[in-house]
Write a protein that binds this ligand. Structure first.
Ligand SMILES: [Zn+2]
Length: 471
């Protein structure tokens, strides 16, 4: 009898300790918006083919557990970021455009909310707007992702501890037709609202318990500067992750949950901007690396999950024009995103008619993009650029290219199409694809994902919840 009792005690202890060892106290959920296998492999190839000093560091795609996840939504083979964010945050398929609700408009409880209910610190951050679909899915429930004012208000009511991003869309309810002020609502809910690169230091100095940290709004309200355009005084995704770790580790003995979105990967993939996407994915990699450094200090208690909500652009390595050849080294010579090229070059040259010459354009292309200098141009390619410069910039007769986040003139479009071709990257669409996206995992509980085969986007928050014994 005594023996049986001992054995059963031993068995219970073993099961319990195995469960405890695998229960991650610190959970990181990184979402590269639009980051498919092609975007990741392009970064990997870029590191292989260049002398970029970051190449020797740890990269998320080297994590020991990898898989693929399907991304289709309830009603479409190609998901949008709202349905995909809902699936990742809440573990349920829903219709495109719906946020934090199932297909029958029943509000769902995200894994972040369940973490909060379990007494953990929660941080939600994005390089784009905080009330965009991906971050929004973790704290809001709305029938339409475009209900920006309401989504932002629900963030104020979330009781989450650390919120950061570029800005809010419609913070004063103008488009919603219900004038208000979300910043006042955040302050009323106990948030210290800070802006700009030193915002987190200001929040620490103010002894903030809850922090809302937004960019100083230098270039665009819809995104922090893209990594390829980054200037010294901008907020960055790695900066947000570092601050979130600091704030939540200090204040929560029960552990934390951090969701960080690299939103620019999607924006630049919509624009089919190959060099911009690689720089943006590199920045996302740098943000994950900070979590990896934390994991190295707390290896038995930390879980890092890195994935994407969907693939954008149909990015393919290899194109018809140059079959097996790629030139990832060209990426290092491009110093402007497609958006920055449009605003810096085209607008400035248009404002000064004296600058409006092909010679000036040619010099700009060589200095800022390497086109015609490091990246050689054939006579035919140069002639084609000159022709579109004439019709688009001088005559203004060429039609514009419309993509989800920006409109581009025909000259900008031609320059970036040529750049993709020179680098050796092809695109199938300006929208999202139904391609599966990669999953990379390290840390406590990683094994649970390893044996599960090809996963679906609804599986991740469920597995995380089970690992953390969430209700
Ligand atoms: Zn998108």
């Amino acid at each position: 009898m005594k023996k049986i009792w001992l054995i059963s005690l031993l068995f219970t202890t073993l099961v319990w300790s195995a469960g405890t060892a695998a229960a991650p106290k610190y959970v990181f959920f990184f979402i590269g918006d639009g980051m498919g296998v092609g975007q990741v492999q392009s970064l990997r190839t870029y590191y292989k083919d260049t002398d970029d000093p970051d190449r020797s560091l740890q990269h998320f795609y080297e994590f020991p557990v990898t898989s693929l996840i399907t991304t289709f939504s309830y009603d479409d083979d190609m998901t949008d970021s709202a349905a995909a964010g809902t699936a990742l945050a809440c573990g349920k398929k829903t219709r495109n455009s719906m946020l934090g609700m199932d297909a029958d408009t029943v509000a769902l409880t995200s894994v972040a909310k369940r973490m909060k209910q379990a007494g953990r610190g929660v941080g939600i951050m994005s390089s784009v707007c905080l009330n965009d679909a991906t971050p929004g899915a973790f704290y809001a429930s709305r029938p339409n992702r475009g209900d920006y004012f309401e989504i932002a208000r629900q963030g104020a009511a979330s009781e989450f501890d650390f919120l950061a991003g570029a800005y809010f869309r419609d913070p004063y309810g103008v488009k919603a037709g219900t004038p208000g002020n979300v910043f006042a609502e955040y302050e009323a809910a106990g948030y210290t609202v800070v802006r700009g690169m030193n915002g987190y230091d200001d929040a620490v100095a103010a002894n903030a318990r809850r922090i809302l940290w937004l960019d100083a709004d230098t270039v665009s309200e819809n995104t922090i500067n893209y990594a390829i355009d980054a200037r010294n005084n901008d907020m960055t995704l790695p900066g947000m992750v570092e601050a979130a770790i600091d704030h939540l580790y200090k204040n929560y003995r029960k552990g934390f949950f951090i969701m960080a979105e690299g939103g620019g990967i999607d924006h630049l993939s919509h624009a089919n901007d190959a060099a911009g996407v690689i720089h943006e994915t590199k920045e996302f990699d740098a943000a994950v690396r900070l979590a990896y450094e934390f994991y190295r200090q707390h290896p038995k208690e930390t879980l890092i999950v890195v994935t994407a909500d969907h693939e954008t652009g149909g990015l393919g390595m290899g194109i018809k024009e140059s079959s097996y050849k790629q030139h990832m080294d060209y990426v290092q010579h491009v110093t402007a995103s497609k958006n920055a090229f449009w605003s810096e070059f085209c607008k400035s040259i248009n404002n000064d008619p004296l600058n409006l010459t092909w010679e000036n354009a040619e010099k700009f292309l060589a200095d800022r993009m390497g086109l015609g200098s490091v990246i050689p141009l054939t006579t035919g390619e140069k002639g084609a650029l000159m022709t579109v410069f004439q019709t688009s910039v001088i005559d203004k007769s060429a039609s514009k290219q419309h993509t989800l986040y920006a409109d581009f003139d025909a000259f900008t479009t031609a320059v970036y199409k040529l750049l993709s071709t020179k680098i050796g990257i092809g695109w199938t669409t300006y929208s999202h694809t139904g391609n599966p996206v990669p999953l990379f995992i390290i840390g406590a509980g990683a094994d649970r994902f390893a044996s599960a085969g090809w996963l679906d986007n609804t599986d991740l928050s469920r597995i995380i919840g089970e690992l953390c014994n969430l209700k």
